[in-house]
Design a protein around this ligand. Structure first.
Ligand code: 5GP
Length: 117
């Protein structure tokens, strides 16, 4: 799918829509999900303009890929999730229910999460 910069996360990156920013670096921006599905529900979006995980891994540089994945781990440290853990979700494509066509990881945590994926 061709990247379309009209999506809501591209608008957040351009600061056209405000968010409660948790973390930002050259590769990623993290903020709380507007409709949380767990006690802690944070989104980590890429600074790369790619639609999903496959697009990202196939078209980003090694530096961008590593920087983004490391940014996710930094956010889990900031949220103090080292001891209790977290779930990382990359919805990718229509069957996953992906709504926003800009790469994002969901960090779900803060409680015992249901295991029926
Ligand atoms: P997807 O289903 O694409 O994997 O997840 C998109 C997520 O983005 C959803 O969990 C939804 O609640 C969240 N979301 C959509 N629009 C906004 C927004 O404007 N602000 C924030 N903080 N989250 C959003």
């Amino acid at each position: 799918m061709e990247y379309n910069a009209d999506n809501v996360f591209a608008k957040i990156l351009r600061a056209e829509i405000p968010t409660d920013k948790i973390y930002e670096d050259d590769y990623a921006l993290a903020f709380y999900d507007i409709h949380p599905k767990a006690k802690i529900h944070v989104l980590v979006i890429s600074k790369s303009m790619v639609t999903d995980f496959t697009d990202f891994m196939e078209h980003s540089s090694d530096e961008e890929a590593a920087g983004y994945m490391r940014a996710i781990v930094k956010v889990t440290h900031l949220l103090n999730l080292d001891k209790d853990g977290y779930r990382l979700v990359f919805n990718t494509g229509p069957d996953s229910g992906q709504e926003v066509p800009h790469l994002h990881a969901h960090i779900l945590a803060g409680e015992k999460l249901k295991t029926d994926l």
